[in-house]
Design a protein around this ligand. Structure first.
Ligand code: FES
Length: 319
């Protein structure tokens, strides 16, 4: 499991309107010292002044250690985080962040097909930059509602030229997912981030085609409502510290561990960020996260403590 991440202060040194409803924030250390290293696909936790904590993918350049950049879509009907970012944050303000950490790393194997929907372009842009740096073969399909709503178009075209297809739905319709599956069948590794309907459709098609191994996703929200507290009681054995914790119905494993005095790192607590991933040494997890692939689940050697439970009365964890 990840060490408990320390929060640290950054200053907002850039704030730009990138598209309709999308702003970018550039963050630097208040003393302008280098920031922690990160890799394409990583995200940070933004600790907002109201106390809300939200995860945002980094869309800048990992080689630039003095600046982090995120893109934030205003979600009028969201849970309030993006409204606060858009409405209350100001240039020059300091705020705390945690991370960066990466649950959506770019594998070494190409060629790559990147598929971004809307604000899902943020981690994908960093990946495209990394693929270029590696000299790898890559292409990007970037879909969105309309050209006006799609951030970073000029920057992407400068980066990839003809490798980047800008596909606004009001001009060309929805992304051609059959073509995406065909590219994967021809050997491409597909990395996608975007709204749930896009990712659900890709997951279903890749599963039908037996190509799950070539699909790599990052979700903003759980694929289905999570019920990590629902289920029978179970016993968790902590292999390293030697303790045992009873997890009662109505309580998540994470909450039970914390109540027993064990520190457990978390961020999203919805099974999407990977921060609470923990090795399972014995027992069978009941995976309820939106992160692990079918083959990772089948191996059964890691689980997300915030939402997942157990199919066996006992789990032994590497804690
Ligand atoms: Fe994010 Fe558990 S805290 S997956």
């Amino acid at each position: 499991m990840s060490a408990l991440a320390e929060a640290f202060e950054v200053q907002i040194t850039g704030l730009r309107l990138e598209a309709e409803g999308v702003i970018s924030l550039e963050l630097q250390a208040p003393d302008r010292q280098p920031l922690p290293a990160w890799t394409a696909g990583a995200h940070i936790d933004l600790l907002l002044p109201s106390g809300l904590v939200r995860q945002y993918s980094l869309c800048g350049d990992p080689e630039d250690r003095r600046r982090l950049r995120i893109g934030v879509l205003l979600e009028a009907n969201g849970r309030g985080g993006s409204r606060e970012v858009h409405g209350a944050l100001r240039l020059g303000q300091t705020l705390s962040i945690r991370g960066p950490r990466n649950a959506f790393a770019l594998g070494a194997e190409g060629p790559y097909l990147f598929v971004a929907g809307g604000i899902g372009i943020t981690p994908i842009m960093a990946m495209a930059r990394e693929a270029s740096r590696r000299g790898a073969e890559w292409t990007l399909l970037y879909g969105g509602r309309s050209r006006r709503s799609m951030a970073f178009i000029d920057e992407l075209q400068a980066l990839g030229g003809g490798r980047v297809e800008i596909l606004p739905a009001d001009e060309v319709g929805l992304l051609d997912l059959d073509a995406v599956v065909a590219s994967a069948a021809a050997g491409k590794q597909v990395y996608s981030c975007g709204p749930a309907p896009l990712l659900d459709a890709l997951t279903a098609r890749f599963s039908e085609a037996g190509l799950d191994e070539r699909l790599h996703l990052e979700r903003f929200a759980p694929a289905a409502p999570v019920a990590g507290a629902a289920g029978d009681s179970l016993r968790v054995i902590l292999a390293r510290s030697g303790g045992e914790v009873e997890v009662l119905p109505g309580c998540t494993i994470m909450a039970a561990l914390r109540a027993a005095g064990h520190a457990v790192a978390s961020s999203c607590e919805q099974g999407v960020c990977g921060m609470c991933e923990t090795r399972v040494l014995d027992g069978v997890p009941d995976h309820r996260d939106s992160l692990l692939t079918e083959s990772e689940r089948a191996k059964g050697n890691v689980m997300m403590l915030c939402v997942s439970r157990a199919l066996t009365p006992t789990l032994t964890l590497d804690l």
